[in-house]
Design a protein around this ligand. Structure first.
Ligand code: ADP
Ligand code: MG
Length: 472
């Protein structure tokens, strides 16, 4: 099955796929589309960037166009993902009698969404919280909802949407087809599937098959307070759009402002911004109005912007799995990409977990320390001890407001760094990375030892080869 035409799809759908320049189905599409068309539930696990959106949208649109009564509900964790799915649906339905859709996401006026709902949409896409609001206000009727998609389910549960999902199930008819997709399948997902899915077909796409293998991976051990300087260094050698991940919402704002002051066109995306601002930032980034997007993990799942050339993990994620999703923002659909990870001594534990996740066969199993609950507790205790800080004064002004251009509310530095951090700075080791010209170059003068080091990962034979980094 190496051609969409072999699925027996309608002419309209084949035309739409041709317009989208989709010639060959991806592995998850090859497996999932016939199962959905056959009427079975799916429990699917596949890495990011494997083409899951079309894997569920194509067959659902096909089924909806044959049965005029039924409707589909598609849920995902973030507003940006919902908008992206709506875009794909619009492209796939462009050639025929338009199947109406509605996008129900938080942060947007209810009345706009109520207007969309009055129009009897056949596909409802949204985040669980807002879908529930409309259900409770009796603005949606899901009696004819015979298709339900749970996309990025592990993330939805991580974000605490489990209860909302349970509530939504109460509004759905007993007979329905459920497609559950998740990057990982921890116990809680298996439980969810046992509770709601009916004899689901397991669809698993191994990481060897994903489109991520064309990403150049690099790691840099670096003292926390040297990160910003190194970031400038990295940015000046990289061409194309860059996505930087930082830990805190305020941190994204501060960093974007500082980068603008340092001559890079940058903006920030985080969950504190209102929906209009989030939409504007995403659209400006999509249309290359600025080069560097600084974001929290809100951007780590599913965002599909094909010109992101580099992902920089300025701070490591709080949960190891998010690393895979972050780096999946580059190298979309087989294009090339590169990623670099700044690891400070304080982040060693979480790096060990990421390393283990990437290399379960060869790496030593680390002690599990990064559950969200543990991290939340430690953050809260830190907050009680001292006010928020993200990066030091030398790294840029601290801001509390959301506006990068707005009034500066810089705070004073919180004091000295821990002594072990100083110790670590002496041991800073970097690894060389490929520049855009393909040459190996050290990261910075202070890290000149790196010139002799091999990249942490190599692209050999399309799989990541990893060697332990030396400061462990
Ligand atoms: P996932 O949801 O698995 O992270 P997406 O559905 O966002 O992945 O797809 C990743 C990228 O691959 C998108 O840019 C999408 O347009 C592209 N894509 C998906 N399926 C195909 C295909 N069959 N042929 C070419 N490109 C595809
Ligand atoms: Mg997706």
């Amino acid at each position: 099955m190496n051609n969409f035409e072999n699925f027996g799809l309608s002419k309209k759908m084949n035309n739409a796929l041709a317009d989208m320049k989709f010639v060959k189905p991806t592995p998850i599409q090859i497996k999932a589309i016939p199962i959905v068309l056959n009427g079975s539930d799916i429990l699917g696990s596949a890495q990011t960037g494997t083409g899951k959106t079309a894997a569920f949208c194509i067959p659902i649109i096909e089924m909806l166009s044959k049965d005029e009564k039924s409707i589909a509900l598609i849920m995902m964790p973030t507003r940006e993902l919902a908008r992206q799915v709506i875009d794909v649906i619009n492209q796939l339905t462009n050639n025929g009698d338009k199947i109406k859709s509605a996008c129900l996401i938080g942060g947007e006026a209810l009345r706009i969404q109520i207007r969309q709902l009055k129009d009897h949409p056949r596909i409802i896409v949204g985040t669980p919280g807002r879908i529930n609001d409309h259900l409770e206000n009796k603005k949606i009727d899901l009696n004819n909802c015979t298709y339900l998609v749970l996309d990025e389910t592990d993330r939805m549960l991580d974000m605490g949407f489990g209860k909302q999902i349970d509530k939504i199930f109460k509004y759905l008819p007993i007979k329905k087809q459920i497609l559950l997709f998740s990057a990982t399948l921890p116990d809680k997902i298996i439980e969810l599937s046992k509770k709601y899915l009916h004899e689901p077909e397991r669809v698993a796409i191994k990481s060897d098959n994903v489109l991520l293998t064309n990403i150049d991976h690099n790691i840099l051990n670096i003292d926390h307070n040297k990160k910003y300087k190194e970031l400038l260094n990295q940015l000046s050698t990289r061409e194309g759009s860059v996505l930087i991940f930082t830990k805190t919402k305020f941190g994204t704002q501060r960093m974007a402002k500082k980068l603008c002051e340092d001559g890079f066109k940058a903006d920030a995306l985080n969950g504190n911004l209102n929906q209009n601002k989030r939409d504007r930032v995403m659209s400006d980034f999509r249309f290359k109005k600025f080069k560097v997007l600084v974001a929290t993990d809100i951007a780590s799942r599913g965002l599909d912007i094909d010109h992101i050339q580099h992902v920089i993990n300025y701070d490591l994620p709080q949960v190891a799995e998010d690393y895979i999703h972050r780096i999946g923002r580059t190298g979309r659909a087989g294009s090339s990409g590169s990623t670099i990870c700044f690891v400070s001594s304080e982040e060693q534990n979480i790096w060990d977990e990421i390393y283990y996740l990437l290399h379960p066969d060869t790496a030593k199993k680390p002690k599990k320390t990064n559950s969200r609950a543990v991290r939340k507790r430690s953050r809260e205790s830190l907050r009680q001890k001292k006010p928020t800080r993200s990066f030091s004064k030398s790294n840029g002004p601290r801001r509390r407001n959301n506006s990068i251009i707005g009034k500066d509310t810089q705070k004073k530095s919180e004091g000295k760094k821990k002594s072990n951090q100083k110790k670590h700075s002496k041991n800073t080791v970097s690894r060389s990375t490929k520049t855009d010209t393909g040459k190996k170059e050290p990261y910075s003068k202070t890290n000149s030892r790196s010139a002799s080091k091999k990249p942490f990962f190599s692209k050999a034979k399309g799989r990541s080869k990893v060697s332990r980094h030396s400061s462990r």
